[in-house]
Design a protein around this ligand. Sequence first.
Ligand SMILES: NC(=O)c1ccc[n+]([C@@H]2O[C@H](COP(=O)([O-])OP(=O)(O)OC[C@H]3O[C@@H](n4cnc5c(N)ncnc54)[C@H](OP(=O)(O)O)[C@@H]3O)[C@@H](O)[C@H]2O)c1
Length: 330
Amino acid sequence: MNSRKLGSADFEVSEITFGAWAIGGWMWGGADKNDAIDAINASYENGIDTIDTAPAYGFGRSEEIVGEAIAGRRDKFKILTKFGLSWYSEKGIFHFDTQDEKGNPAKMYKYAGKERVIQECEDSLKRLRTDYIDLYQIHWPDPTTPIQETFEAAEQLIKQGKVRAVGVCNYNKEQMIEANKTVNVVTNQIPYSMLLRDIEKEVMPWCKENGKGLIPYSPLQRGLLTGKITEGYVFNEGDHRPGTPHFKKGNIAKTNEFLSKIKPIAQAKGCSLAQLVINWTLAQPAISTILVGARDAKQARENAKAVEFCLNKEEVQVINGHLAELKLDL
Ligand SMILES: NC(=O)c1ccc[n+]([C@@H]2O[C@H](COP(=O)([O-])OP(=O)(O)OC[C@H]3O[C@@H](n4cnc5c(N)ncnc54)[C@H](OP(=O)(O)O)[C@@H]3O)[C@@H](O)[C@H]2O)c1
């Protein structure tokens, strides 16, 4: 597995990062802790030394599992986590209604006031069993707090040695420019997959021109691009995916039709569809590392091996041609 420079930071990360949302269970219909730790171990054994998590993923559970998995070998990993999406006060702006791990109603708020950023960092350090975070990212824009205030707090954490670098998530170009006036914003973590390419218009070119790194999330479109999701697929209770646009009936069928057209390329390469999709995504501009979620060691191993081949120009053209014909109802 190669490493890549993390945008405008002064250190590198593995080109695939283990995405730790689903292992928190929340919004993914639950998760098994032993499977989760096995997935992190299998990722590491296959060259993935970088893990992305967040307090919101299972109300702290994902961070705790990551902390347990890396205990005693913290120095071998790069840990990316987040702040500014929380469930324990009504400050900031309401994001969405949800349920906590006990099934009680809960609300998520986007809030990144200075005191909260500092407090959240302390909480994450404890859950992660560490004294520093490699990349600290705002989870969602908070329109109620001046961007300058949020990133002055983040800069303070860098000066204290608690954070090595600062990034954003889900920011548009203008928000990145604004935040970058206060702190060196090294990356933007943002949705990007073969099926969701909005960032190619503005954010991707801006990052490329300005030496900032993109960290695409949900590159497998939450499992859809593995080809395993067919109409009538049964999800666990509490899994958010059936309610999302890409998982609408017609979109599943159209996506699978597209996948059947690119399958011959996967067969020629001796790889799975998931590996082909990950490999294509990694080759797009300005990308520092891509976040791929995995529930267990088998998925983790398969995903890590997606870097073991190169697509040639003709293969990329064929894939892009089929993508251009694919029109989803989003
Ligand atoms: N900043 C943000 O706002 C934000 C938002 C979303 C995600 N993220 C980050 O990005 C990471 C990755 O995105 P994601 O987890 O949403 O989506 P993803 O990586 O596109 O899909 C991950 C899911 O697909 C299935 N899967 C993965 N590998 C597979 C394989 N080889 N074969 C079959 N199924 C496989 C697993 O779920 P099943 O087995 O249950 O199908 C897995 O949980 C997250 O974990 C999180 O760290 C950040």
